[in-house]
Design a protein around this ligand. Structure first.
Ligand code: HEC
Length: 155
């Protein structure tokens, strides 16, 4: 029984680490992992997607490369927001992390496809990133937004 609990705790810890930006901080080992509140971070992601979009239609691979890099290295949530998301989602946190991983992974693949100047591949990964954004919103945006409103009111 204890052993199972230990395994479970380790697994939970590992998924929490991902959201903390562990994967990025190891990638860019010299820089501090940045944190940002969730809403401005999302607005930045929108700007990045718009840049990728513009790059797609004007065949500007540099723009796509930069946008893909910015999306896959996006700052992580502030500790307060992380706590809000965790306590709102409970067990569904796993799915939330999953969507986040899809976005990170395919934004990076989009960046690599842009370096290769392969528009078909860029488009494939762009579509998967876009679906990751929208899937997470469909599943979680309303509850998290409401929880944020509630926490403001109670202050
Ligand atoms: C893992 C989940 C998740 C992923 C992936 C995700 N989002 Fe979000 N997004 C959210 C949540 C949750 C909110 C609502 C935050 C709130 O209102 O507190 C949100 C809100 C937004 C908003 C509205 C911000 C505002 O002004 O209220 C935009 C724009 C946005 N996301 C863009 C994006 C884009 C673009 C991507 C993909 C590149 C993306 N998001 C990926 C969870 C996600």
């Amino acid at each position: 029984m204890m052993r199972h609990l230990l395994v479970l705790a380790t697994m939970l810890g590992a998924s929490a680490l991902f959201l903390l930006g562990w994967s990025h901080s190891t990638q860019k080992a010299n820089s501090q992992p940045e944190t940002m509140p969730l809403v401005p971070m999302m607005q930045q992601l929108l700007t990045d997607m718009q840049q990728a979009d513009r790059g797609l239609y004007t065949e500007n691979y540099d723009m796509i490369k930069e946008a893909g890099g910015n999306i896959s290295n996006h700052p992580t949530m502030t500790p307060e927001d992380k706590q809000l998301v965790k306590s709102t989602l409970g067990d569904e946190m796993k799915q939330f992390v999953e969507y986040d991983m899809i976005v990170h992974h395919h934004a990076d693949s989009m960046r690599i496809a842009a370096i290769q100047e392969n528009m078909q591949k860029v488009l494939q990964h762009y579509a998967i990133v876009q679906r990751g954004c929208v899937d997470c919103h469909t599943a979680f945006r309303t509850p998290i937004s409401s929880a944020r409103q509630d926490s403001k009111q109670s202050k």
